[in-house]
Design a protein around this ligand. Structure first.
Ligand SMILES: Cc1ncc(COP(=O)(O)O)c(C=O)c1O
Length: 444
């Protein structure tokens, strides 16, 4: 192994300052300290391509970059150039910026299912906007979410359905109901329990497994038969599974779809897109229904974000980004699986999900899912220069980066093997990571 990374002293000092000033120590729960081993970089100072550097000057290959937002690589030249050019023209004006129209045209010319689009900053703005339209259009209050998909929004309609529902009224929590992915019987049961009361069904087109038995089409048929809308959340699948989104890949035509993350290569842009019939509830001319206050934020039309989105779309149109994500992911999957096989731990560490969106599962000696082993695995890959909360690749991950990663993972698996025999506590420094969705903090 290259010289192991063991010095996190500057990072530790930064962590302490962060926790004194910022609840949770950062602005995204998934990036929090409770999700990582003690022996990890608390913060990243800069990034280029698929590499990042921490406060101690340690260099890493990164996976899942920016919670899957930075698909082209950190500081991608074409995106940065477009942003720089726009910055000199001003960021926000009293009336809308002309680039808002250009960006809408660029987006809608790509996503052919959608007839109108509204931009905002966070994915949650878009999914919550979709839920609001579904409720306004149908005049119903209930929203059905897929129980197997981990995150849709920071807003009450979703977070209220998780164990971390402090501050959310019970009355709101009761309005969210759940169905299971690839389980059409669960959809039928929900509709039978709440006939004519569900405004919309929201889900990702795929997560770990692809849709089976025409699940998406059947879900749409049942939802429409009951008068509910189908909302496809393309936050992760969009700009990853297919140039036109997972909706094109799986041949499903949703009423509304929601986008963000990779849309602007890490700049803050999200989008609610869909059929005019539904989107127009937020317009200035429809007069047959009450007005819907749809996604209006001070920074919604921020010019350089939209310039970043247009530049990103342009790169996707010109270059084989999607093909690269698939190919790089397949190489990584094969290499990690082979290493696990060689070390005899293939039942304990497995790579799951689509090649462009890989995750991994860690199990203990009793073959039970284990956060402690996950944390140890992270600790050991970080020591070898790889940060991998997932194995989600970007366009910037070259074959050489993937091969270097496989080597680091192989080294981490060697420790994993010993921990299976000797006990994980012998090798893990500090407490295991814990799921974000929990009602109470644990003493750490
Ligand atoms: C599938 C999905 N939908 C919606 C969101 C919310 O996006 P944001 O965090 O930008 O508000 C996320 C974020 O992780 C997501 O993964």
């Amino acid at each position: 192994m290259k010289r192991p990374i063991t010095d996190f002293s500057a990072g530790t000092a930064l962590r302490r300052r962060a926790h004194a000033l910022i609840p949770g120590g950062c602005h995204t729960y998934a990036k929090g300290d409770d999700q990582y081993p003690v022996l990890s970089p608390g913060h990243v100072v800069r990034g280029a391509g698929c590499r990042v550097w921490d406060a101690d000057g340690n260099e890493y290959i990164e996976y899942g970059m920016g919670n899957r937002a930075v698909t082209l690589g950190h500081a991608h030249p074409a995106v940065i150039e477009a942003v720089r050019a726009q910055l000199g023209e001003g960021v926000s004006f009293t009336r809308p910026a002309a680039i808002e129209v250009e960006a809408a045209e660029a987006f809608l010319s790509l996503i052919d299912n959608a007839e109108m689009v509204k931009f905002s900053k966070d994915g949650s703005d878009a999914t919550s906007g979709a839920v609001k339209i579904a409720r306004a259009y149908t005049g119903r209050d209930l929203i059905a979410i897929c129980a197997d998909h981990p995150f849709f929004s920071v807003d009450d309609w979703f977070i209220g359905s998780t164990p971390i529902h402090g501050g959310i009224p019970d009355a709101v929590r009761r309005l969210t109901v759940k169905f299971r992915y690839n389980d059409i019987e669960s959809v039928k049961a929900l509709l039978a329990e709440h006939p004519g009361r569900i405004a919309g069904f929201i889900l990702e087109a795929a997560r770990v497994e692809p849709p089976r038995d025409d699940f998406l089409a059947e879900l749409k048929r049942l939802a429409h038969a009951d008068g509910a809308l189908l909302i496809l959340d393309e936050m992760i699948t969009g700009f990853r599974y297919h140039l036109q989104g997972a909706q094109r890949l799986y041949g499903i035509d949703p009423d509304l779809s929601t986008w963000g993350k990779a849309l602007a290569n890490g700049f803050s842009v999200s989008a609610l897109a869909g059929k005019r019939e539904f989107m127009r509830l937020g317009d200035l001319t429809q007069s047959d229904r009450p007005r819907v206050f749809l996604m209006s934020t001070t920074h919604g039309g921020e010019t350089h974000g939209l310039a970043a989105a247009m530049a990103t779309i342009d790169v996707y149109r010109r270059e084989p980004v999607i093909e690269h994500l698939q190919r790089a992911g397949a190489r990584l999957r094969a290499g990690v699986s082979e290493a696990a096989q060689r070390r005899g731990v293939q039942d304990y560490v497995s790579v799951i999900g689509a090649d462009c969106n890989l995750l991994y599962a860690t199990r203990d000696a009793a073959l039970q899912p284990s956060q402690a082993f996950r944390t140890l695995f992270l600790q050991e890959t970080i020591k070898r220069g790889v940060i991998m909360p997932s194995l989600v690749v970007s366009y910037a991950h070259t074959d050489a980066d993937i091969d270097e990663t496989i080597e680091a993972i192989d080294g981490a698996l060697e420790v994993y093997t010993r921990a299976l025999a000797d006990g994980v506590e012998k090798y893990l420094v500090g407490p295991p990571s814990i799921p974000v969705y929990r009602t109470w903090n644990e003493k750490r």
